[in-house]
Design a protein. Structure first.
Lengths: 179, 410
């Protein structure tokens, strides 16, 4: 199991000049894996980070306990739709306040907007991690990171709970619910 | 005692408030404003620089006004009405001497001018009868004989004209709430509204600077053509005076706020004021200015998406995942979350939870049971970890609704 430690925010020459890094992730899941993969590459010790996602929030308590994410330096934003995620992402980049920007959107944005993001990221020397299942034009991306099974959620690999706490799942729960 | 005097047919309290940033010695009587600038002229870079700043502020608050810069406050009204704007030190008295004796109506303590007016008019008539037509002639009379010839009022006016009587004016203390109003009948775009809002916010900025205060929250009263008025309060992450920063926050706030009926008037009031304490900026360390910029940016995000949708996570005492933290400003210390072990919980929570349909494709393993608070709708939640291929979801079955939901993703 590969847990991210604070030391892993080391300067990374690959992303030193900033740019867009695509972290393909399923729409519904693997946020932890994708996020951890991104964090391993984030190279701005002490800088503020911003996480912008649609449809939900990072669960801070879980993050704090399971990884070395600096919660006190992580600005969390919940946008209403994908377009807002991309728009706020560009805006956050242009402020120059953040060392890394994490965007989680279900849908891709227009290539023109992605180009603006790319230029802003390079200008601000900031890494932008795009956690999206959507296909993105590869010529605008600096890199694509594929989450590896090594970064899977650590608690899922914990030993089974003691027998007293264990409970069998009723068969009915595993069946499809008629629509 | 160099004095800058303004008069205008428009109300002056807001302008007087903004002038407190130029000098603390501000006095206001009805339509007459006196600024004693001896102590602060050097600080502002000289009399002319201070005058330029005051003039710039007057243009923000007043449509038309008269002003004069003179040696003594008791001469200011007379010289202003005589059309004299800028008088270098020592120039005021020679000029005053050339004015008509009718000017005596405007000389002296502004608090008593109106009450003494009938007596003064009588005295001026008497002076004309005895052949005294200018203030110069009046001042040439020996001070000792003025009292005998023209009585106590004559003596007082002689002293005022000669500048030999001290005048102590009470200090102006701003007490009115800081308000602004925009008539929006003829506006049909947000840009137009923001343009007018900017002018109001510049006034607000100047008034806040005068009070040495910063705005912490702003109440907006929307008056609609067909609806009852709506009040919205905008909380700022940190106190600010800056009109541009306020405009950016209000722009985001107004973009997210939709109204059906035409807006007729928008009223704005600064509700919470805090003392303005600018920090000491360092040439080498920009962390403080970065923090300040971040505060402004968070304020804009909260104005746009709502206060619970942007901020830094702060722990809250609740066993329910969605209530165990809130998004706040400023960032809380890092080690504030409890260290008690948790059952497997995801890093991303869907808000609101999405419907889930269990099927044989999903491998479910029990995680925990949680009860919502007794005063909330809903009942027991049975949580499971649902896994399929590389996906892991945190799902629950609401026992009351008999429905499945996806609450988070691992």
């Amino acid at each position: 199991m590969a847990l991210v430690s604070r030391n892993s925010y080391a300067f990374s020459p690959l992303t030193a000049k900033g740019g867009l890094i695509h972290v393909p992730s399923p729409a519904n899941g693997s946020t932890y894996t994708a996020f951890q993969t991104s964090l391993r590459r984030a190279s701005a010790p002490g800088a503020y980070l911003i996480w912008i996602a649609q449809g939900g929030l990072l669960y801070a308590e879980s993050l704090q306990k399971q990884s070395a994410v600096p919660v006190d330096r992580l600005l969390i934003v919940q946008a209403r739709e994908s377009a807002e995620v991309w728009r706020v992402g560009l805006e956050a980049l242009q402020t120059g306040l953040f060392g890394s920007v994490f965007l989680r959107a279900d849908q891709a944005c227009a290539p023109a907007h992605l180009r603006k993001l790319q230029l802003a990221a390079e200008k601000m020397r900031c890494e932008v991690f795009l956690l999206t299942p959507a296909a993105l034009p590869h010529w605008l991306l600096k890199e694509t990171l594929h989450p590896t099974p090594n970064y899977a959620h650590p608690l899922l690999h914990q030993p089974a709970p003691p027998a007293g706490l264990r409970r069998e799942l009723p068969e009915t729960h595993a069946e499809s619910v008629p629509v | 005692m160099r004095t800058l005097y303004f008069t205008s047919p428009h109300p002056l309290p807001a302008f007087a408030e903004s002038c407190l940033r130029l000098t603390p010695k501000v006095s206001l009587f009805d339509r007459h404003l006196y600024l004693e600038i001896d102590g602060t002229a050097k600080l502002a870079g000289g009399e002319m620089e201070l005058l330029a700043q005051a003039h710039e502020q007057a243009e923000i608050f007043l449509e038309d006004f008269l002003f004069t810069l003179t040696d003594r406050p008791e001469w200011a009204q007379a010289l202003a009405w005589a059309g004299q704007a800028l008088l270098a030190p020592g120039e005021s008295l020679p000029l005053l001497k050339r004015l008509n004796t009718k000017t005596l109506l405007l000389l002296g303590d502004p608090q008593t001018l109106e009450a003494e007016r009938p007596e003064r008019e009588k005295l001026i008539g008497f002076l004309h009868k005895v052949g005294i037509h200018s203030l110069g002639q009046f001042l040439e009379l020996p001070a000792a004989s003025v009292s005998r010839r023209f009585g106590k009022l004559g003596q007082t006016l002689h002293d005022w004209a000669a500048g030999s009587r001290p005048l102590c004016l009470p200090a102006f203390i701003p007490r009115d709430p800081i308000r602004g109003r925009i008539e929006a009948d003829d506006l049909c775009t947000l840009e137009g509204l923001l343009f007018r809002l900017r002018q109001v916010l510049v006034q607000v900025e100047n008034r806040l600077q005068g009070r040495q205060m910063a705005a912490k929250s702003i109440a907006l009263l929307f008056n609609f053509e067909a609806h009852s008025p709506v009040v919205k309060t905008l909380q700022l992450t940190e106190g600010t005076q800056d009109a541009q920063a306020l405009l950016r926050v209000l722009k985001d706030f107004l973009q997210a706020f939709h109204w059906e009926s035409p807006l007729t008037r928008l009223e704005l009031e600064v509700r919470d004021l805090i003392s303005y304490q600018p920090g000491q900026l360092s040439l080498l360390d920009d962390s403080e200015s970065k923090y300040h910029d971040l505060a402004q940016y968070v304020a804009r995000l909260r104005a746009r998406f709502g206060e619970d949708a942007a901020g830094f996570a702060q722990w809250q005492s609740s066993h329910l995942a969605e209530r165990s933290f809130s998004l706040v400003w400023p960032p809380p210390p890092a080690s504030h979350f409890p260290s008690a072990p948790l059952p497997p919980r995801p890093v991303f929570l869907f808000s609101p939870p999405k419907p889930f349909q269990p099927s044989p494709q999903w491998r479910l393993s029990f995680s925990e049971n949680l009860h919502v608070e007794w005063w909330e709708p809903g009942g027991k939640r049975e949580y499971f970890i649902a896994q399929r291929g590389g996906e892991s979801l945190w799902v629950y079955r609401d026992c009351q609704k008999e429905a499945w939901f996806t609450h988070g993703s691992f």
